[in-house]
Write a protein that binds this ligand. Structure first.
Ligand code: SF4
Ligand code: MG
Length: 320
C-alpha cells in the first residue's frame, strides 16, 4: 500500500542577504535533501539536536513555508505545487500541534471558539451543531465542556496543549505533525499528553510525524525513528533497532547522552563533543566528520548515502 505521506529529496535553503546590493551572500542549508514516508496509523519520530532542521522540515511538509525543491505527496497526490484553494482541502487532512501552547492559542478567544474555529473557517454546521462538536472534542481530550468559556490563561500548560490537540482534531485529519508538542511541559504532564496522543491514534487511525529532541519521549511514542544531523537524515529504523542497535556514530552518541532507564543496559562508548558546525557552510563529505570519533580520510571527501543495513534500517555512514 502507498504510504500516507511520502517526502522525496526535500530541500529548504534560506538565503542570507548581505551587502549593499542585497546579493544573496550565503544560504542556510536548513533541510538538505531528506526523504521519508509515514504509513497510515504510524508514528515516525524525527530527532536531532536543536538547529538540525527538524522543525523546518515539519513546516515545509505542512507547506507553512515553501520548499526550495523536492516533493511532498499525501495519499499519492503531489501537493508540492498546490495553490491556496487546493491547500485548504489538504489542511483538513494534515494538522499541526506546536510546542508552545501559550503563543499558538489566541489569548483573547474563549477556548471553545479556539477549538471550534476550524468549523467556521470551513463553513461547517450551524452554531448549535458546532457547539456540540466542540463539547465532544473537549471531552475526548480530557477537558470539561464547562471549560469552553474560559480563556487560554485560565488553563494549565498541559490543558492548553490538550486544547491545541482538540483544535488539530476538529476537521478529522489523517496526519498530525507535532513540533516538540510536549517539550514545554513537566515530565509527569508529558506522559499524560503522550498517552492521549497514543489513545487518539488507536481510536482514529491517525499518523504522526513526531518532532522532538527528547529521545525518551520519542522512543515511547514512535514506531520508527529518523535521526537528523545538519539538514540530513543520517539514520532511519524501526524503534527497536534504532534504540537497540544504533548504526550511525551520531545516533550512538545521542543515545549515550541519555540516562539509561534500566541498570545494566547497554551504554554506547562515545558521547557527543564539539560544536555543531554552521548550517551556512556544512562540512564537505560526511557532515558529522568534524565530530566523529571513527572518521577516516574518505569521510571528509565523499558524502555517505543512506543505504539499508537491515530490514527497514537505513544508515548514511561509510563504515556501515
Ligand atoms: Fe563518521 Fe565517517 Fe561514518 Fe561520517 S561516514 S559517521 S565521519 S565514520
Ligand atoms: Mg525546533
Amino acid at each position: 500500500a502507498k504510504p500516507l505521506l511520502e517526502v522525496r529529496d526535500l530541500v529548504k535553503h534560506f538565503p542570507i542577504r548581505k551587502g549593499l546590493f542585497g546579493k544573496p551572500a550565503a544560504k542556510v542549508h536548513a533541510v538538505d535533501g531528506i526523504s521519508l514516508s509515514i504509513g497510515a496509523g504510524e508514528t515516525l519520530g524525527l530527532v536531532g539536536e536543536s538547529g538540525c532542521g527538524k522543525s523546518t522540515a515539519g513546516k515545509v511538509i505542512l507547506r507553512l513555508i515553501e520548499p526550495t525543491s523536492g516533493s511532498i505527496e499525501l495519499e499519492g497526490r503531489d501537493i508540492t505545487q498546490y495553490g491556496p484553494g487546493e491547500m485548504l482541502a489538504v489542511r483538513r487532512q494534515m494538522q499541526v500541534v506546536f510546542q508552545d501552547p501559550y503563543s499558538s492559542l489566541n489569548p483573547r478567544m474563549p477556548a471553545g471558539e479556539i477549538v471550534g474555529e476550524p468549523f467556521i473557517n470551513y463553513g461547517m454546521g450551524g452554531a448549535a451543531e458546532r457547539q456540540d462538536k466542540v463539547a465532544q472534542l473537549f471531552r475526548r481530550v480530557g477537558l470539561r465542556p464547562e471549560q469552553m468559556a474560559r480563556y487560554p490563561h485560565e488553563f494549565s500548560g498541559g490543558q492548553r496543549q490538550r486544547l491545541g490537540i482538540a483544535r488539530a482534531l476538529a476537521l478529522g485529519p489523517k496526519l498530525i505533525i507535532g513540533d516538540e508538542p510536549v517539550s514545554a511541559l513537566d515530565v509527569s504532564v508529558q506522559a499524560q499528553v503522550i498517552n492521549l496522543l497514543m489513545d487518539l491514534q488507536a481510536e482514529f487511525g491517525l499518523s504522526y510525524l513526531f518532532i522532538a529532541h527528547d529521545l525518551a519521549v520519542v522512543e515511547h511514542i514512535s514506531h520508527r525513528v529518523a535521526v537528523m544531523y545538519l539538514g540530513k537524515i543520517v539514520e532511519v529504523a524501526p524503534k527497536r533497532s534504532l534504540f537497540g542497535a544504533p548504526q550511525h556514530p551520531y545516533t550512538e552518541a545521542l543515545l549515550a547522552s541519555v540516562p539509561l532507564p534500566k541498570p545494566g543496559a547497554r551504554r554506547a562508548r562515545q558521547t557527543l563533543t564539539g560544536d555543531v558546525p554552521s548550517p551556512i557552510a556544512p562540512p564537505p563529505g560526511c557532515r558529522f566528520h568534524t565530530r566523529c570519533p571513527y572518521a577516516i580520510p574518505r569521510c571528509s571527501q565523499e558524502e555517505p548515502l543512506l543505504h539499508a543495513v537491515a530490514d527497514g534500517h537505513e544508515v548514511a555512514c561509510h563504515l556501515r
